[in-house]
Every structure is written in structure tokens, then in C-alpha cells.
Design a protein around this ligand. Structure first.
Ligand SMILES: [Cu+2]
Length: 288
């Protein structure tokens, strides 16, 4: 996992420079290789599986390349002027049938295990319903009084004045908020055409289909801001309906829920106040 460690360090450096207030964890990084840093157990498993596949395909590619070079060097018309007349070798044919089957079984076992791990939702603490619209997301918190709001992308000219850390094409005016360590079930659907609720750091890419309710889940152990995007081509402004998730301590979440039940469109003030607090105490600590 040295590869993901490198990504982690890059992400950490990025966070240090970008975090004016809220800590951005789940976001793309300039020059990034490989997937985003894993924020959920699902994405951790995906990263492990990805690393395993990378070793396997590298070994196969190197082996095939070596065979090709050997054949080119050893059996060209100069070094091997008199070609052999045989056309079968039972032993080698059995090997080249059996070995790929064994490799596929070796891949299939962890692959199916991962698939079920993603698919079977553990006992959830609460549910968030995400509905894709052309071109924004509607969120409902049915277990917290059923408040509802529409999250739209913050336009580029408003990014610099945004009250907490904001990223071009990724920040939404109202984020999804969840407490740290909570198991959250996400119900995903759409109102018009097919969209996709995708959060790279969570290992989620779930189709949002009109008339159908898909389910997925996440559990994030690290407080911070995570970004995703619609990942199913849904029309003209497909690239401009991002997803922003804030993972906050339980008491901040409770305060946000209370505020959202009064007015979801003003509830972000709770987050702004919290990030200001964190920033001030960080400053205070560094002064001391
Ligand atoms: Cu889309």
C-alpha cells in the first residue's frame, strides 16, 4: 500500500495549504495518481483490491512481453533458419488453460466479497434521501423531521467569498451533513433523467434512476469535507451538479439538524460558526 501512502501524503500537504477553516479531505489533487484517499471501509477495500489487481496485471504484462522478446530474438529467420514442424504441445496447452482460470478465481473471490460488502447495508443510524434533478440534488432527512433542501453548485465568481473552504466546480451552496462515525444509508433516485450520486472517497457510485430507489451506505471516521460529482451524463449542465458532504462531530450535527428543521437554507450558519470556532482555537493554540 505504499502507493496509497504517497497519495495520502500528497492529500495531507494539500489539506494543510487549502484548509482555511473546514478541512478538505475528499477532493482531487493536482498531479494525482490512483484513487482518492479512502474515507470509508468500502473505499479502503476498493483501494486494496485495486492494488492487488495492479500487481497481477503488471506481472502478466511483463511475462507476455518477455515471451514476445524471447520469440523475436530466438526464433527469427536468422537465428532459427530451419523452423520446427510440430504444432501441439499437450503439457503447455494444459498450463495456459489452467493458469488463467486459477488467476481468475484468485481475483473473483475478493471481488465478490467486496461486492457484497458494498451492497449489503449494515444496521444504519439514519437515512438520507438524495434525488438527482437537472442540474442539482434534492436532499431529505426522513429520520430527522423530514426537512428538505436543494443543493446547487456555487458559481465560480462567488467561490472566493464563500464562508468556508470552497473549491471551484465542487462546492455546493448547501452541503450534505453527517456525524462522524455514523452509519448512513443513502437512498438515491432521480426526478427527470438518470443521474449518479458518486463520492470517490466513500467508494460510492450509485445510479439515480427516475421511479427507482437505489440504496448505498457510508461510514466516515474522519471529520472533514468530501466532494463528489454527478457521474452519469444527464444533459447540458451535467458537469455542474457536484456533491459536498460535511462530516462533523455529533453535537454540531444535532445543532445543524435543529436549525435545518426551522430553515434548511439557513442551517449552514451552524457549520460556519463551528468552523470559525475551530479556526480561532487553532490560532489561539498556535499563538500559545
Ligand atoms: Cu449528471
Amino acid at each position: 500500500m505504499r502507493f496509497s501512502a504517497v497519495i495520502g501524503v500528497i492529500a495531507a500537504i494539500f489539506c494543510l495549504t487549502a484548509a482555511a477553516s473546514a478541512t478538505v479531505i475528499g477532493a482531487p489533487v493536482d498531479g494525482q495518481l490512483g484513487p482518492q484517499i479512502a474515507a470509508t471501509p468500502v473505499q479502503e477495500h476498493i483501494n486494496d483490491f485495486h492494488a492487488m489487481l495492479l500487481w497481477i496485471i503488471t506481472a502478466i504484462s511483463v511475462f507476455v512481453l518477455a515471451l514476445l522478446i524471447w520469440v523475436i530474438v530466438r526464433y527469427n529467420s536468422k537465428t532459427n533458419p530451419k523452423a520446427g514442424k510440430f504444432s501441439h504441445n499437450t503439457a503447455i496447452e494444459m498450463v495456459w488453460t489452467a493458469v488463467p482460470i486459477l488467476i481468475l478465481i484468485w481475483i473473483a473471490v475478493p471481488s465478490f466479497r467486496l461486492l457484497y460488502f458494498q451492497d449489503v447495508i449494515p444496521e444504519a443510524d439514519f437515512t438520507i434521501k438524495a434525488t438527482g434533478n437537472q442540474w442539482n440534488w434534492t436532499y431529505v432527512y426522513p429520520d430527522h423531521g423530514g426537512f428538505e433542501y436543494v443543493a446547487s453548485m456555487v458559481p465560480e465568481d462567488e467561490i472566493t467569498a464563500w464562508p468556508y473552504s470552497a473549491k471551484r466546480l465542487l462546492t455546493t451552496d448547501l452541503p450534505v451533513v453527517a456525524p462522524v462515525g455514523a452509519t448512513v444509508r443513502v437512498e438515491v433516485t432521480a426526478s427527470d433523467v438518470i443521474h449518479n450520486w458518486a463520492m470517490p472517497a466513500f467508494g460510492i457510485k450509485m445510479d439515480a434512476i427516475p421511479g427507482r430507489l437505489n440504496e448505498t451506505w457510508f461510514r466516515v471516521e474522519k471529520e472533514g469535507v468530501y466532494y463528489g460529482q454527478c457521474s452519469e451524463l444527464c444533459g447540458l449542465l451535467h458537469a455542474f451538479m457536484p456533491i459536498e458532504v460535511h462530516i462533523v462531530p455529533q453535537d454540531v450535527f444535532d445543532a445543524w439538524v435543529e436549525a435545518a428543521n426551522n430553515d434548511p437554507y439557513a442551517a449552514s450558519d451552524v457549520l460556519v460558526a463551528y468552523y470559525d470556532d475551530v479556526r480561532d482555537s487553532a490560532r489561539f493554540a498556535s499563538v500559545r
